[in-house]
Design a protein around this ligand. Structure first.
Ligand code: FES
Length: 580
């Protein structure tokens, strides 16, 4: 329509006195905006990922109206637009498969739309990193508001029933321990409102990351989805984006080595999700930075794990919120935080916390008596994971499994797992090491959250609650167990996991940060390598197969990273796509 200014979209187009300005204002007026409305400035886009197929984000529709109030109060013109929305429960093969696509949608819409800044409305796991990645690449002022956790329910005798409580009931049902009536009751009890998972899963972990990177207002992660507090945060987010535009605060200035370190240290102090490792590396890559497994491990090893919150701890997110939320965690671990990093308010953490104190609360342990001296995530390496793997130590149920050697029971993909895991004749005992491969970012594709291999039915019935499990998959942040994830390179990219056979010895030594096998080079040479994935002829599958990078590169598409960031090890295949 506009033929005069083909530059990337900016709010300037609304302020233009010529044909462009007239057309921009006229079309909005046709949509119901007033003559005064269309002359407000700055113009603020609201990128909304609300969707009926994403109940975690459904509350964002209402919250958007409060964001608009805040923008108008500050003088701005709010204009909402939709983006794709990816949800954990409904997206196949996995939400991660579409994270990069969503980031491209967000980037291109921010770039193409005539706005001066944007409010990002996200929530469910992948929507938050996708929006941060897209906003970073677009680099217009951006402030994020997350959906907030959904309410806690009650189920039978459990008066505080959270999402992590659902998985054991599902396990019991699988082995015939839950009757039909209870199963139906669970359907109505597991989610009693909109909002994100109500424990420290991936959504809340990434919300905390958004706070630490300066995208979301400090303290905005934990208030409940439908609370008055969250509505006020929405209004303040609206006011804040107008101030951010005036100050010229760009995402590229927010994501630095120091803010990335702060973010990961807080994740490990919170007992946060393993998925944060992948998303933070992807976010770093969009900013032209690299973190790497060694720095992740050094940061986690040097940070006390203090948040006593589910699923690793015992208290609810609302307790952690009452204790002061993310700002209280920052205050508690202040010695290892770069307090000069900027928050979404424009003030540094130092300025924000100056003179503040937080009452003692058992949702946050003191630093001299932490839940663990080190952070909750352990980065592993070894001949089984040359480019790394991760273990959520906070999720280990049987401490002895942190150092364990046992015989592998190997499953090739999810169909094989489902077909054999509950077979009464499966040769497995509590000391076995369950291995699931072919579930990496190329092989599955998209690295689904299936690394939390179920305990075989006969062992579950016998009371076994945890086993050492290994995979090139990911795991839900709401799950727990001794589960080694993100083994890189994945088996479909030629990683050593592909050579392991049932009966091989495998050892995890979490204290030493090692995951290894004991095969000789001759034995490996005699093994048949995993077949490369079938070549995809078109569309998203084609794009993904040719351009997705391995987990240690954040699973981003290689062409989306900022210039100058090399892949971890260019000698190893980034993708099998080119050879297909
Ligand atoms: Fe959406 Fe957990 S399923 S936040």
């Amino acid at each position: 329509m506009s033929q005069r200014d083909l530059k990337k979209g900016s709010g300037e187009l609304f302020r233009d006195e010529g044909q462009d300005g007239l057309l921009h204002r006229a079309f909005l007026r046709g949509g119901g905006f007033s003559e005064d409305d269309v002359r407000r400035s700055p113009v603020i886009g609201i990128a909304n990922s609300a969707s009926e197929f994403n109940p975690c984000n459904a509350g964002l529709r209402e919250l958007s109206e409060f964001v608009k109030e805040g923008i108008r109060e500050a003088g701005g013109l709010p204009v909402e637009f939709p983006t794709i929305s990816i949800s954990e429960p409904y997206t196949r093969p996995t939400s991660m498969y579409l994270r990069n696509l969503m980031s491209m949608d967000v980037e291109e819409m921010i770039g193409a739309t005539p706005i001066d800044g944007v409010v990002l409305l996200g929530g469910c796991d992948k929507t938050v990193p996708a929006q941060i990645m897209g906003a970073l690449s677009a680099d217009k002022p951006a402030v994020m508001l997350v959906a907030g956790p959904r309410p806690v329910s009650c189920f039978q005798k459990n008066r505080e029933f959270t999402v992590d409580d659902v998985w054991p009931v599902c396990e019991d049902r699988r082995v015939g321990l839950v009757n039909d009536e209870d199963w139906r009751e669970l359907e109505g009890r597991s989610n009693i409102g909109v909002g994100t998972c109500n424990v420290m899963g991936t959504a809340t972990t990434m919300a905390a990351v958004a706070e630490m990177l300066g995208f979301a207002l400090p303290g905005s992660s934990l208030p409940a989805a439908n609370s008055p507090e969250r509505r006020e945060i929405a209004r303040e987010t609206g006011r804040m984006i107008v101030r951010s535009v005036a100050a010229g605060l760009l995402p590229s200035a927010l994501v630095t080595d120091r803010s990335l370190e702060n973010a990961f240290r807080v994740v490990t102090a919170l007992g946060g999700s393993t998925n944060a490792v992948i998303h933070l590396e992807a976010i770093a890559g969009r900013a032209g930075l690299r973190i790497g497994a060694d720095r992740f491990e050094a940061w986690s090893a040097g940070t006390p794990y203090v948040a006593n919150v589910r699923p690793g701890g015992t208290r609810l997110l609302s307790d952690l919120d009452a204790a002061g939320g993310v700002p209280a965690i920052v205050h508690r671990i202040r010695e290892v935080i770069h307090a000069d990093a900027v928050t979404a308010t424009g003030a540094t953490w130092d300025e924000l916390l100056e003179g503040r104190s937080f009452d003692d609360h058992d949702a946050i342990a003191p630093v001299d008596k932490p839940l663990s001296e080190r952070g909750a995530l352990i980065m592993l390496k070894g001949n089984l994971a040359p480019r790394g793997a991760v273990l959520k130590a906070a999720g280990v149920h049987v401490p002895g499994l942190r150092h364990h050697r046992g015989k592998a029971v190997v499953f090739d993909g999810i169909e094989d797992l489902n077909a054999r895991i509950d077979d009464a004749d499966l040769d497995v005992d509590a000391d076995s090491v369950l291995v699931l491969r072919g579930m990496g970012v190329l092989g599955a594709p998209g690295m689904p959250e299936v690394g939390h291999i179920p305990i075989p039915a006969k062992l579950h019935r016998a009371g076994v609650t945890d086993m050492l499990r290994l995979s090139d998959a990911r795991m839900s942040g709401t799950s727990t167990g001794t589960v080694v994830l993100h083994i890189t390179p994945e088996s479909a990219a030629g990683g050593p996991l592909g050579f392991i056979a049932t009966g091989d010895e495998i050892e995890l030594d979490a204290a030493a940060g090692v995951i290894r096998h004991f095969l000789t080079d001759e034995e490996i040479a005699a093994r048949i390598p995993q077949a490369a994935p079938v070549a995809q002829p078109r569309g998203m599958a084609w794009l993904h197969q040719r351009h997705v990078m391995q987990a240690d590169d954040g699973c981003d598409f290689d062409f989306l990273r900022a210039a100058g960031v090399e892949a971890t090890d260019p000698t190893l295949p980034k993708s099998t796509g080119d050879s297909l």
